[in-house]
Design a protein around this ligand. Structure first.
Ligand SMILES: Nc1nc2c(ncn2[C@@H]2O[C@H](COP(=O)(O)OP(=O)(O)OP(=O)(O)O)[C@@H](O)[C@H]2O)c(=O)[nH]1
Ligand SMILES: [Mg+2]
Length: 401
């Protein structure tokens, strides 16, 4: 090749590289503009001045047996333009809270609305063992265009049952206190754990719904969810979705696994042949490795909790008294049931939902991080750190990540 030919060849290569880079830049700019436009459109198409009736939420979300005092909390106006929400699943956002949780409730609602629900308009249900104040109800309603209902929890679903031996329960609380276990001496915390384990899905307001997303005060969401997670569960035959899997404090569940083993012996028919026992135990079920899905975030199918296996399981455990004699949490109870009674493929890790509760974060790795325009710090994600049970979950499913 002569020098002149080599020079011409070099120029051609540069021209080709230039056009390639130019086209790539053009495509990236177009994609960014298109996504921005979509986001803008999403915000502007759904005006913030009106509330939505149950008719707007699709026929399968109509609350047919709404309790009277609760229905009055949903305001509708025929004059206002109606938001065009996309969510059509038979699903609701469930929030257990106290009046004193108001600021944390508003913060969490804002995060859920911004990252998901402003597009989908799923109804909110807030539950409390005491009446919510007017201030609480008004503030909550101002945070969403979707319908909001406030429900009172029946006393029998909340308070420590009479058949619990209070002297033994007190001993249990003192023992945990001596170990500096968080919420060691709180009876209300135990009421809450028992209610979340065995009763929330029986509340009259929740009866019309099948799927729920559990929200807690002061949680943060970091990624724009581009799809409907309820539809995802339904379309993919999934039952229980989580974002964080970690180890439980051993002192709070000292005798839980013994009770679970008794249940398994007594009711082998409920144990799924393709279960997720490997997530719960590292020795084939002899001992519990303390792994559980963190239940402050749950997107799941309430029909599973309402079904025969879970009903028997909860009743069996409740009679052991461990909610009060120890401090059994709803997270290990839900997780153990889901892992044992379901096919392991019915569990779902919502990797693309960036989430934080207290100081624990799940932040998606690439490419979900980019797809969701996530604002969390991936370096802080709990996924592969100490106490995370995600590696066990992945190993069980023969997944690397
Ligand atoms: N109505 C009511 N709700 C409660 C009570 N205790 C806790 N909750 C709610 O139950 C859920 C779990 O309680 P949290 O205090 O968040 O418990 P946690 O997540 O284990 O601990 P932190 O969030 O770290 O404090 C939250 O939605 C609380 O608002 C209670 O006594 N009454
Ligand atoms: Mg919490």
């Amino acid at each position: 090749m002569t020098i002149a030919n080599a020079f011409a060849f070099g120029v051609r290569i540069r021209i080709v590289v230039f056009f390639f880079c130019f086209n790539a830049l053009l495509y990236m700019s177009f994609s960014i503009l298109r996504d921005d436009w979509r986001r803008l459109a999403a915000y502007h198409l759904y005006p913030s001045t009106s509330n939505v009736t149950s008719d707007d939420l699709g026929s399968d979300t109509v609350a047919s047996n709404i309790v009277e005092n609760v229905a009055s909390s949903t305001v509708t106006s025929d004059l206002s333009p109606k938001p065009q929400f996309a969510g059509k699943a038979n699903a609701t956002l469930v929030f257990l809270a106290r009046n004193s949780d108001l600021q944390g409730v508003l913060r969490s609602m804002e995060s859920v609305e911004t990252h998901f629900n402003h597009k989908f308009g799923y109804p909110w249900i807030l539950l409390n063992e005491e009446e919510f104040t007017e201030e609480f109800q008004e503030s909550v309603k101002s945070k969403t265009n979707a319908s909001v209902q406030f429900g009172l929890i029946p006393s029998r679903h909340w308070y420590q049952p009479d058949w619990i031996d209070e002297a033994k329960a007190e001993q249990g609380r003192n023992a945990l206190k001596a170990w500096n276990v968080i919420y060691a001496d709180s009876v209300s915390y135990r009421n809450m754990c028992r209610f979340n384990s065995g009763f929330f899905f029986h509340h009259p307001l929740l009866q019309p719904y099948r799927y729920y997303w559990r929200i807690e005060p002061d949680v943060d969401y970091f990624c724009q969810l581009q799809y409907d997670p309820f539809d995802y569960l339904k379309d993919n035959n999934k039952t229980y979705g989580f974002t964080i899997a970690i180890e439980e404090l051993e002192k709070t569940v000292s005798t839980l696994w013994q009770a679970v083993k008794e249940f398994m012996e007594q009711y082998p028919e409920y144990i799924h042949p393709n279960n997720a026992l490997a997530f719960l135990s590292d020795n084939g079920g002899e001992t519990y490795n303390l792994c559980h899905f963190w239940s402050n975030f749950e997107i799941a199918d309430m029909d599973f909790w309402r079904g025969e296996a879970y009903t028997k399981f909860f009743e069996f455990l409740d009679l052991k008294g461990g909610f009060y004699y120890e401090r059994w949490g709803d997270a290990p109870i839900h997780s153990i049931a889901a892992a044992l009674f379901l096919d392991k493929n019915q569990l779902h890790f919502f990797n693309d939902i960036g989430y934080q509760h207290s100081n624990i974060v799940h932040c998606p790795q690439q490419p979900a991080f980019l797809t969701g325009s996530c604002t969390c710090n991936r370096v802080l994600s709990i996924d592969y750190r100490r106490y995370s049970c995600l590696p066990r979950y992945n190993k069980m499913l023969n997944r690397k990540w």
